[in-house]
Write a protein that binds this ligand. Structure first.
Ligand code: 13P
Ligand code: SF4
Length: 346
């Protein structure tokens, strides 16, 4: 595809922070003033400027997950949210090109829901330990072992795994989807894969019997109940909020558990004086900028996959239309049905 007119031919060198760049990006800097400091801005503005111009030239939108770094989240994204919000947004965008600032399964979901649009991921190596933990053959084996039991698959999976499922779910709706699917199939049990901890956390809240699989999030499995107790001792007034990919003992110690958007809504509505988010660290940075009255105590684990997405890679992606995400249409059709089943339930 041709380079858009007037754009640099390569982004090997970061674009300079000229007076013109400063003028063109002033509105972005103003909007991101709690997230990006005066000192940081000159190093970011050139790439932001290039990306804004490329987005206009390509008729592109940027969907960014809540775990993206401050520059991406606050300066270049059009839509931010959790996996569910990004999947929903993907069904509504009008643009020709969708750039997913997140991990590969999120871009695949966007493509499955928008087969006619171009979906780009700035770094195709941005994977996910949960998505990598399970294959389509594993799902078929589970079905053979538990005949008649429906399969609900976490969206943190490949298109092939989704295609083997009755429905998808996210951390925002896992319990509701499991209950709806078990009721639809007339079963007492449901297979919920591949996150063992999410499945155990859902099992603690529902009457449906849960069968699972030993997948783990490499970020959330590192939190321990002991750490949470120590944080509580050190910060007795803090609201402790944990992602449901954490081990059940961690969830038990927390005041609230929810998807990344659920966490954001908790902060928005409860306005705690102090908060600890037991999740990926960038989330606290992004929320801290939006809620300056809440003091965020950082318990920092970064997702190495989410961190692979950088401003420079987004710029290159839009410039070269690189790392287009494709999904075999026969697989996509079945995966789409599983995702749609979820979207119809919640
Ligand atoms: P959310 O759907 O809660 O944003 O979670 C996605 C994810 O990858 C968490 O690790
Ligand atoms: Fe996957 Fe965990 Fe990273 Fe989320 S935080 S993308 S579940 S590895």
């Amino acid at each position: 595809m041709a380079y858009p007119e007037g754009m640099p031919a390569a982004t090997a060198d970061a674009p300079e922070y000229t007076a013109e760049v400063a003028r063109r990006t002033a509105h972005v800097f103003k909007g991101a003033k709690n997230a990006i400091s005066d000192r940081e801005w000159p190093f970011i503005a050139g790439d932001v400027d290039t990306i804004l111009r490329l987005k206009a030239a390509r008729n592109a939108v940027v969907l960014a997950h809540n775990y993206q770094t401050r520059d991406i989240y606050h300066c270049i994204s059009d839509i931010t949210g959790d996996s569910l919000a990004l999947a929903r947004a993907a069904t509504q965008v009008e643009a020709d090109v969708i750039v997913v600032c997140g991990v590969h399964f999120m871009a695949e979901t966007a493509k499955i829901l928008n087969p006619e649009k171009t979906v780009l991921i700035p770094d195709p190596e941005a994977g996910c330990s949960l998505a990598e933990s399970i294959t389509a053959a594993d799902v078929r084996a589970l079905r053979a072992k538990h005949p008649g039991i429906p399969v609900v698959t976490y969206v943190n999976t490949s298109a092939e795994v989704k295609a083997e499922s009755d429905a998808c779910c996210t951390s925002a709706n896992a319990r509701q989807v499991v209950e709806a699917i078990a009721a639809k199939h007339g079963t007492d049990d449901c297979i919920l894969i591949p996150d063992e901890y999410l499945a155990k956390n859902v099992a603690a809240e529902t009457h449906v019997g849960i069968i699972t699989f030993p997948g783990r999030c490499e970020v959330h499995e590192r939190f321990t109940a002991d750490q949470v107790r120590r944080v509580r001792q050190a910060h007795p007034i803090a609201a402790i909020i944990a992602h449901p990919e954490c081990p059940p003992e961690v969830i038990e110690e927390a005041d609230f558990s929810g998807s990344t958007q659920g966490m954001a809504t908790y902060i928005e509505t409860k306005k705690p004086e102090e908060a600890v988010l037991i999740t990926e660290c960038s989330m606290s940075s992004n929320l801290a900028a939006e809620h300056p009255d809440t003091n965020f105590v950082r318990s920092c684990h970064l997702c190495p996959h989410m961190q692979k997405i950088t401003l420079e890679k987004v710029s290159n992606s839009l410039l070269t239309m690189g790392h287009e995400v494709t999904v075999d249409e026969a697989v996509a059709e079945r995966a789409r049905a599983a995702i749609q089943e979820m979207l119809d339930i919640v």
